[in-house]
Write a protein that binds this ligand. Structure first.
Ligand code: CP
Length: 314
């Protein structure tokens, strides 16, 4: 059945595992014609490199065609067209809409008014559920499991929508979260309350060093989100508070992997890239396969249908 993908919160453990299996199936054979004749619309009201390009690549590798925009200034929203009208218009042309918007809740709203499925590609500081699916794919591939992991979230935990979605998804897998942020960018109370309600253990501290890192299976670094600050002086004060350097990894567990949704702007020093713990570029690569899976799932194409698919190309 066709459906929206607006939040990660309503995905069951079984559904998450099914989408990860779909992604692995696409990683084995990414080029197919399973979406031949479909049109995917990508509406990006905010800048993006990875999310937009991986969704568009996913659509095209599966045989769909892509329409959309990367800059709302070239659309009729500058003339005052509402989001309601924009979505209803685009739904006349496309089979599915992938949308990033600067307003929290915009994806939910778009899904309510759209007759075709909507995938949330990030809404303000709220959620980024497709990023979370690729984060889960990276965690599963590197750890061999999702259960019982120590996951350290570092940096901008206030505005970083990827960490909010990751907490929600991990509730099925008995994680222990470690929140590391300066006071100004601490994990918002609503997500700590979410942890308490869902029996998720968490600790909070404000320092990042080799001893802290030694307890991690996953070290999830985040960028301080300049675009969400109203006071740029405050941004300047906190932007460099955590910089991960290679010499901080000496006590890390062998299985520990460093993830980052990217882009990075200095919070991971370049010398970390050559470490066996660095996994952020491979993580982003997995976004292609998870987004192939998410487009198909939202269009009602099942795992069994993907496994039986005969449209595979070399
Ligand atoms: N991770 C992520 O959302 O990157 P982009 O902003 O480049 O899409």
């Amino acid at each position: 059945m066709k459906h929206n993908f607006v939040t990660i919160d309503n995905l069951s453990r079984e559904k998450i595992m099914e989408i990860l299996e779909m992604a692995a199936t696409f990683e084995a054979h990414p080029n197919r014609k399973i979406l031949d004749g479909k049109i995917v619309a990508t509406l990006f009201f905010e800048p993006s490199t990875r999310t937009r390009l991986s969704f568009e690549t996913a659509a095209q590798r599966l045989g769909a065609r892509v329409i959309g925009f990367t800059d709302p200034k070239v659309t009729s929203s500058t003339k005052g067209e509402t989001l309601n009208d924009t979505i209803r218009m685009v739904a006349n042309y496309a089979d599915i809409i992938v949308m990033r918007h600067y307003l929290e809740g915009a994806a939910r709203y778009a899904a309510e008014v759209s007759p075709v499925p909507v995938i949330n590609a990030g809404d303000g500081a709220n959620q980024h559920p497709s990023q979370t699916m690729l984060d889960l794919y990276a965690i599963y591939k590197t750890q061999g499991r999702l259960d019982n992991l120590d996951i350290f979230l570092v940096g901008d935990l206030k505005y970083g929508r990827t960490v909010h979605s990751l907490i929600m998804a991990m509730r099925h897998f008995n994680p222990t979260f470690h929140f590391i942020a300066p006071g100004e960018l601490a994990m918002p109370d609503e997500y700590k309350e979410y942890c308490r309600r869902n029996g998720i253990r968490y600790t909070e501290y404000d320092g990042l060093d080799a001893d802290v890192i030694s307890g991690a299976d996953i070290l999830y670094m985040t960028r301080v989100q300049r675009e969400r600050f109203t006071d740029l002086m405050e941004y300047e004060r906190v932007k460099d508070v955590y910089i991960l350097r290679r010499n901080m990894l000496g006590k890390a567990r062998e299985n520990m992997r460093i993830l980052h949704p990217l882009p990075r702007v200095g919070e991971i020093a370049m010398d970390v890239d050559a470490s066996s713990h660095a996994y952020y570029f491979e993580q982003a690569r997995g976004g292609l396969f998870t987004r192939e899976a998410l487009i198909c799932d939202s269009l009602g194409i099942t795992l069994d249908e993907i496994k039986a698919d005969t449209t595979i190309l070399p």
